[in-house]
Design a protein around this ligand. Structure first.
Ligand code: S3P
Length: 179
């Protein structure tokens, strides 16, 4: 049992952080926040546009600021962007006030889910498979470093993933009411 006031989903693009997160939050009575969507609401700009105008560095700064704000809250299920774990400060904040679930997924499933996607600037050009493999190699250790629980979402429909994850959380995550 690891007490924390929030539940946090980390993992690569196409792992199901948003789709699983939204249904899991409803099931657990948590407010659901998708960090990328919140960033788009706050800035009024879509993620690809932020990348285009401010570069990845600009996006990461905004992402870090948002994570710092979100992690002050409680009773939220926060789906982070796949690169949120790159920053040591983000990792520290996510761990400090979140029970962190690493949603794992295989490359084939990612390619399937992201085949028609036009919203991920990091996959916009070049070979998607090679890019996803490189990202996985660089980031898997960071996801593992902060994970309280690793959950393999590969091949699972959303409803099944939500059900299994909820069952595992019952014995693993203790909700802290801390302000
Ligand atoms: C990114 C993942 C995206 C989004 C941005 C960068 C990444 O979020 O934050 O395009 O670096 O892996 P999802 O993981 O929700 O796709």
């Amino acid at each position: 049992m690891n007490p924390a006031p929030n539940l946090v989903l980390v993992g690569p693009m196409g792992a199901g952080k948003t789709s699983i997160g939204r249904r899991l939050a409803a099931k657990l009575g948590l407010s659901f926040v998708d960090a990328d969507h919140r960033l788009e609401e706050v800035t009024g700009a879509a993620v690809p546009l932020i990348f285009e105008h401010e570069g990845e560095d600009g996006f990461r700064m905004r992402e870090a600021q948002l994570i710092a704000e979100l992690m002050q809250g409680s009773a939220q299920l926060i789906a982070t962007g796949g690169g949120a774990v790159l920053s040591p400060d983000n990792r520290q904040l996510l761990c400090a006030r979140g029970f962190v679930v690493y949603l794992m997924v295989g490359i084939e499933q990612q390619l399937e889910r992201l085949a028609r996607d036009r919203t991920r600037p990091l996959l916009a050009d070049g070979n998607k498979r090679a890019k996803l493999e490189a990202l996985a190699q660089a980031r898997a250790p960071l996801y593992e470093e902060i994970a309280d629980l690793a959950f393999d979402s590969d091949g699972l429909v959303v409803a099944t993933a939500v059900q299994r994850l909820a069952t595992q959380l019952e014995t693993r995550w203790q909700r802290a009411e801390a302000a």
